[in-house]
Design a binder for this molecule. Structure first.
Ligand code: HEC
Ligand code: HEC
Ligand code: HEC
Ligand code: HEC
Ligand code: HEC
Length: 182
């Protein structure tokens, strides 16, 4: 009896600890990017890199042309910057960033409606992501391919349907299924 119980506890413990590794695979980000360094040393504002285009669509993660102007030649002497220049700027290769907040294909989301019309702060949805020094580990569900961040990891707010609807309720907004789903 005792060996059985002990064995069961060990097996459960191992399963519990191993479970996330079975469900999620992690992917390294291409560049060791620091939001903090850009705010402190380059005085860059969010909109300098995350701009709205003329037609109101959101550019999202910036493309290399936003970086190349400053990083044509090294500005400092960090290995992170040297790697970035050698691997991406000089060969003009676009970094393939993984987007933490990326929603399932069947969901519509408009930044301009929230940021400009609704005056919702980036931080309300993305937490401290825009002021961190290190990129968090990116993990995605092996089956659905969704980012784990949607369920709220690393201390940032979750961004599930319940979170969208909760905030809309507080703001006395009513949305039908088809406002958010394609
Ligand atoms: C306005 C100028 C400017 C722009 C635009 C800019 N950077 Fe930088 N970047 C800097 C400065 C300044 C540093 C700090 C250099 C130093 O003193 O070490 C830096 C540092 C870095 C580093 C080293 C990180 C570290 O921890 O020090 C990387 C990597 C980097 N930038 C990538 C990028 C990428 C990717 C983009 C485009 C999305 C970009 N930069 C856009 C000015 C800029
Ligand atoms: C120098 C350019 C630059 C500036 C300035 C900048 N960002 Fe970023 N941002 C990036 C790059 C490059 C990434 C992709 C890497 C990453 O996830 O951090 C990114 C990613 C993000 C993400 C992650 C989106 C996702 O789901 O993957 C958020 C949120 C974000 N930025 C918010 C902000 C906020 C808020 C500010 C202003 C406080 C800001 N950023 C300023 C370049 C910049
Ligand atoms: C109301 C919540 C909310 C607010 C406010 C918000 N975001 Fe987002 N953000 C999201 C969601 C949801 C996604 C995923 C969108 C998708 O997959 O289509 C996202 C995606 C992103 C991405 C990744 C885009 C990509 O390439 O897939 C960046 C970068 C980003 N947001 C930056 C910002 C910045 C900067 C601000 C403030 C100016 C901001 N966000 C305000 C919810 C928000
Ligand atoms: C922190 C609060 C907050 C969160 C979280 C939030 N929203 Fe919203 N949403 C708003 C506000 C405020 C508006 C009204 C903007 C305006 O004034 O038209 C809005 C408007 C909308 C609209 C109508 C846009 C239009 O074109 O008129 C849609 C669709 C929507 N949100 C989808 C989403 C989805 C999907 C999510 C979750 C991924 C989400 N929202 C999360 C606050 C939020
Ligand atoms: C305010 C925006 C919003 C509204 C309104 C909304 N949804 Fe969603 N829904 C989402 C988001 C964001 C997700 C993806 C994140 C998640 O799975 O929670 C989602 C996920 C789902 C899923 C799960 C799909 C999956 O891939 O797991 C179903 C089913 C669904 N919604 C059905 C509905 C139905 C039915 C309605 C109307 C009664 C509705 N939704 C209204 C935002 C919304």
């Amino acid at each position: 009896m005792i060996p059985f119980v002990a064995g069961a506890i060990v097996a459960l413990g191992a399963g519990w600890a191993g479970f996330p590794h079975v469900i999620y695979k992690s992917r390294p980000q291409p560049v060791d990017f620091s939001h903090r360094v850009h705010a402190d040393k380059a005085g860059a504002k969010c909109e300098d890199c995350h701009a709205f285009r003329g037609d109101g669509t959101f550019a999202g993660i910036p493309t290399l042309d936003k970086c190349a102007g400053c990083h044509a030649a090294p500005m400092g002497d960090t290995p992170a910057e040297k790697n970035f220049i050698d691997q991406y700027v000089t060969p003009q290769r676009e970094p393939q960033w993984a987007a933490y907040a990326r929603q399932p294909e069947n969901v519509f989301f408009s930044h301009i409606a929230h940021v400009k019309l609704g005056q919702v702060k980036c931080e309300s949805c993305h937490g401290n992501q825009g002021s961190t020094d290190k990129l968090p580990l990116y993990q995605e569900d092996r089956i659905s391919g969704y980012s784990r961040d949607i369920w709220g990891t690393a201390g940032r707010p979750a961004m599930t349907m319940d979170n969208c609807v909760d905030c809309h309720r507080q703001q006395k907004l009513e949305h039908s299924c088809l406002d958010c789903h394609k």
